[in-house]
Design a protein around this ligand. Structure first.
Ligand SMILES: [Zn+2]
Length: 643
């Protein structure tokens, strides 16, 4: 309750602009931007699992240079005397120490191969330390500096951004998505005027002889690309976020010394945490902290327990919401392949959707505005899948239109199809799966969780919407009868040949006397005819007014529809042996006739002869059936009883 009263006071004071913010996914171009678009993924590190990292880095934000020694603790997964790490060739390895001795290594083609003096057997734990230094690869911008002005001084800001392939540009690591480091201690030695913000909890900060050593400790498994830091002159603020369930979260804000706007975020963060904790699961890193570290780069990045952000201004709340959602989706459970990056980004966009829906409801225009903008951008091109078919292209992995917008819409469509209860239960089941927590997931893991909670099969949905390209183009024809019963014919084509038909629940809004009714029609076959009962004359009809489905559509009134369907006769009913289908004098051609046993939910008979109009069905068991007549114009369904 406290947060709500605070909100009412705050809004007029800050004269929050009512203009709709720019929700473009440009902030999504925040990923490490390789100039080389082709990158060959490495297969290093197969002989061991890393379980602990102690990193000591010496850095100065005035210099594009890093010097470090990293101690990796590992468990051998096979008998071997070889370990390898990703490390860019621009960095120099001075030595590798194993059991107090300097040992042999080679470093070329961006791989550091270490030769142990003897074979370590599978399941043996051991450790080694790598001493290295150099100027990180400039092309990837994974380790970068920008200066800003403050009181006439030029202040440097140094940051890292490793996703997807940039970690090896500044430290020896396993860059691929299969082995999280279980815990780590990160030490940063800088000139004493600078502070460093990083993952986990700040254990100590000591200054000696003009140097500051900041020690951060993180006790949760972490993907390599989520290790990150920012070094600059900071204003720090610390507080607790109090949740409605009496839990609290330690919050650290590091804002650059020329910008104290971090003080504007608190009330919104309280609400955000409450929303995500409720709809997802409790914040996974609540035993440590959440935080922001401001950098001089555009956009944000979801470094684990501390997101990098460009600004704390109200109009950048969208980034704050997005990066926080990533702590559940991306950090706690990480995509297990860059093919499945939508498991990170689609959910982060979905975090934006629910933030707008639940928290920004006092600006009701914003959510529909965003949805329509994303929808229109998605259909601006007829092709493209959420599944990333080329993981060597960083721009394809982080495609704003496909990974972010269509990925977010895919989750929104699943929510629409399954309903809120089943959808959110499925999402929570995914987050609560011990095999995925603190580890990696593939799209099939999310599909399975949703299928189990909703007791349904989503194979076709994922084939159409995740692997398939494009979207459906609907053509809706309707006509109202004298008793206000209304026939609706739903036909669709596809914008791309990879999907022939999208089975979806289709929302159609009917306006009658100033009141609207949205009808959800499950469109399972093409040219499907529905009949609904309305209570008065229709004033207007709108297809999918809330953009539940990615589609193009066209609605027309067809005065012949009722006449046509009323002309179709199927008799007798009940039937004993022979049933007659009469099309009257309609110029229709029968393509198929299906007989579906309602109880068994099985189609038992398919006729493909288009000329006959009498069918003998005496050989079938008595019971209730749906007879479907598929014509070249539309499908007609009728329930019949077989005696
Ligand atoms: Zn993101």
């Amino acid at each position: 309750m406290k947060t709500i009263s605070l909100l009412i006071i705050l809004v007029p004071i800050i004269a929050f602009s009512q203009n709709i913010p720019n929700f473009s996914t440009s902030f999504c171009s925040h990923k490490s931007s390789y100039n080389i678009t082709k990158y060959t993924q490495s297969q290093i590190g197969n002989t061991y699992n890393q379980y602990y990292l102690r990193a000591i880095w010496e850095i100065n934000p005035n210099q594009l240079y890093i010097k470090g020694n990293l101690t990796y603790y590992f468990t051998m997964t096979e008998n071997s005397n070889s370990l390898s790490f990703d490390l860019h060739d621009t960095l120099t390895v001075d030595s590798v120490i194993f059991h107090q001795n300097s040992i042999l290594f080679t470093h070329n083609n961006n791989v550091l191969n270490i030769n142990l003096p003897f074979i370590l057997n599978s399941n043996i734990n051991d450790s080694l330390t790598i001493y290295y230094r150099g100027i990180p690869n400039k092309n990837a911008n994974a380790f970068d500096i920008k200066k800003y002005e403050y009181n006439g001084d030029s202040i440097p800001c140094l940051w890292t951004l490793s996703e997807p392939y940039g970690a090896k540009d500044w430290f020896p690591c396993k860059q691929e998505l299969y082995d999280k480091i279980d815990s780590c201690d990160l030490f940063f030695i800088t000139p004493s005027k600078y502070k460093t913000a990083a993952n986990g909890l700040l254990i100590s900060e000591d200054t000696l002889n003009g140097k500051r050593t900041s020690h951060w400790k993180h006790k949760h498994p972490i993907a390599t690309y989520l290790i990150g830091f920012v070094t600059s002159e900071f204003i720090e603020s610390h507080r607790y976020i109090h949740l409605l369930n009496n839990d609290s979260i330690y919050m650290m804000e590091y804002s650059l010394i020329n910008d104290s706007s971090a003080i504007e975020t608190p009330y919104h963060l309280d609400r955000l945490f409450n929303l995500y904790d409720t709809l997802f699961i409790p914040y996974p890193f609540r035993d440590e902290k959440y935080g922001h570290m401001q950098w001089k780069r555009a956009g944000g990045m979801e470094h684990q327990t501390i997101s990098s952000v460009n600004s704390f201004n109200w109009h950048d709340m969208y980034v704050i919401e997005h990066e926080l959602a990533h702590q559940w989706f991306g950090d706690f459970i990480t995509c297990g392949s860059w093919q499945d990056i939508w498991l990170n980004e689609g959910f982060a966009i979905f975090g934006n959707f629910i933030s707008l829906e639940y928290l920004w409801s006092y600006y009701p225009d914003w959510y529909p505005h965003l949805i329509k903008a994303y929808h229109d951008d998605i259909i601006s091109q007829p092709d493209g899948s959420v599944f990333v078919d080329d993981t060597t292209s960083v721009s394809r992995i982080f495609s704003g239109r496909l990974t972010y917008e269509k990925g977010g819409f895919l989750l929104r469509m699943l929510r629409w199809e399954l309903g809120d209860t089943k959808f959110f239960n499925g999402v929570r089941a995914y987050l609560n799966n011990p095999d995925l927590q603190n580890s990696y997931a593939r799209t099939s893991d999310l599909q399975q969780a949703l299928e189990e909670e909703a007791d349904t099969n989503l194979t076709e949905f994922f084939n159409d919407w995740f692997y398939g390209e494009g979207y459906p183009i609907y053509n809706i024809e309707y006509e109202q009868n004298n008793d206000y019963s209304t026939n609706i014919l739903i036909s669709q084509t596809s914008s791309h040949s990879s999907v022939s038909f999208y089975e979806m629940s289709v929302p159609i809004q009917f306006w009658i006397n100033g009141v609207d009714t949205i009808v959800k029609l499950h469109n399972s076959t093409n040219n499907q005819l529905f009949t609904i009962q309305l209570n008065d004359l229709i004033d207007s009809v709108i297809f999918d007014p809330e953009y539940k489905i990615i589609s193009e559509n066209n609605i027309t009134q067809n005065i012949n529809l009722i006449n046509n369907t009323n002309n179709i006769k199927i008799f007798p009913n009940p039937v004993k042996d022979e049933i007659t289908i009469s099309l009257g004098n309609l110029p229709l051609k029968i393509k198929h006739i299906y007989l579906t046993n309602i109880k068994a939910k099985q189609t038992q008979l398919q006729f493909t002869n288009s000329n006959f109009q009498k069918i003998n069905i005496s050989e079938f068991a008595s019971g209730s059936y749906i007879i479907t007549v598929e014509t070249d114009k539309f499908n007609f369904n009728k329930k019949i009883i077989l005696e």
